[in-house]
Design a protein around this ligand. Structure first.
Ligand SMILES: C[S@@+](CC[C@H](N)C(=O)[O-])C[C@H]1O[C@@H](n2cnc3c(N)ncnc32)[C@H](O)[C@@H]1O
Length: 270
């Protein structure tokens, strides 16, 4: 076919299509696509399941974007069940990353933590405790974790790496039962707890921390306290309890991609 006759054919097709509504158009389109799967060549891996035929003569990129946004088209399909009704997963971590720990100990907190006790509330696999052990000179490191299985994993890890039991300790308890540890700590690290406690208990925990964390201590959190307390509708009760502070070792910040650490906050307790 010459270019001219292709153009003529396209124009006749457009005439035909101009009478159709959107549903008819989609119907015709899937019919066309069902007629045309290649068996050889660079698109030989196209199948009915993994391929979506979109005529770029009829739908340019912007139109396709609109169809995707409105849910009429999907760019992905499930390789198990072939469904196109899929969504991107949200990935969350219940442990702090190594990078986040380096940022806490090399940028946020003071360099010298001698004579200080660090408490990790809900120590889980022990990430924060190991970070504190290897990245700081804190004299005492305590993890309080209510889940017994996690405590056993942490104990095993301490033994495996011969960490000094006089310096680092795991306590299997609900933190609410251990106000003594909270009172004796100078640095309290809290990774978000929402997944583990209901709203009432979560509120109770913050009132408890406000009561027992001693003045002058540091609180490190991976979500802004403004956000946490306002979500729990307790900002008013907590006003003036904490002051946000700038990192103690700002000179090290250049070694970090700061954007990635905007979710780590350091406060002093008033
Ligand atoms: C998000 S994880 C934090 C893990 C660790 N701190 C880290 O950042 O790598 C929260 C942990 O807190 C524990 N937890 C929640 N509520 C607690 C409570 N009231 N007392 C002690 N542990 C608690 C959970 O079992 C869970 O392992």
């Amino acid at each position: 076919m010459t270019d001219e006759s292709v153009l003529g054919t396209k124009s006749r097709i457009l005439d035909l299509f101009s009478d159709l509504n959107e549903a008819d158009l989609q119907n015709i389109e899937s019919w066309i696509s069902s007629q045309s799967y290649k068996k050889v060549g660079d698109q030989a891996d196209c199948t009915k399941e993994n391929t979506c035929h979109v005529d770029e003569f009829l739908y340019d990129d912007q139109e396709v974007d609109k169809l995707v946004k409105s849910g009429k088209l999907s760019r992905f399909y499930c390789t198990d069940c072939m469904s196109r009704g899929i969504n991107e997963l949200i990935f969350i971590s219940h442990s702090m990353s190594k990078q986040a720990l380096m940022y806490i100990f090399y940028v946020l907190l003071p360099n010298d933590l001698e004579e200080k006790q660090i408490l990790d509330v809900g120590s889980r696999l022990g990430a924060v405790l190991y970070g504190a052990y290897y990245l700081s000179n804190a004299s005492s490191i305590v993890g309080v974790e209510m889940n017994k299985d996690f405590c056993e994993i942490q104990e095993k890890t301490l033994k495996k790496f011969s960490m000094d039991p006089n310096k680092i300790k795991i306590v299997n308890s609900d933190i609410l039962e251990r106000c003594d540890i909270v009172q004796n700590s100078n640095i309290i690290i809290i990774n978000v707890l929402d997944f583990f406690v209901d709203t009432e208990k979560h509120k109770e925990m913050w009132y408890f921390f406000k009561k027992y964390i001693k003045k002058g201590s540091y609180l490190v959190s991976n979500r802004s306290m403004d956000e946490t307390l306002s979500a729990l509708q307790m900002s008013e009760d907590m006003m003036e309890w904490l002051t946000i502070c700038k990192p103690n070792q700002l000179e090290h910040e250049i070694f970090f991609d700061v954007e990635g650490y905007s979710e780590l906050f350091l406060y002093t307790v008033n």
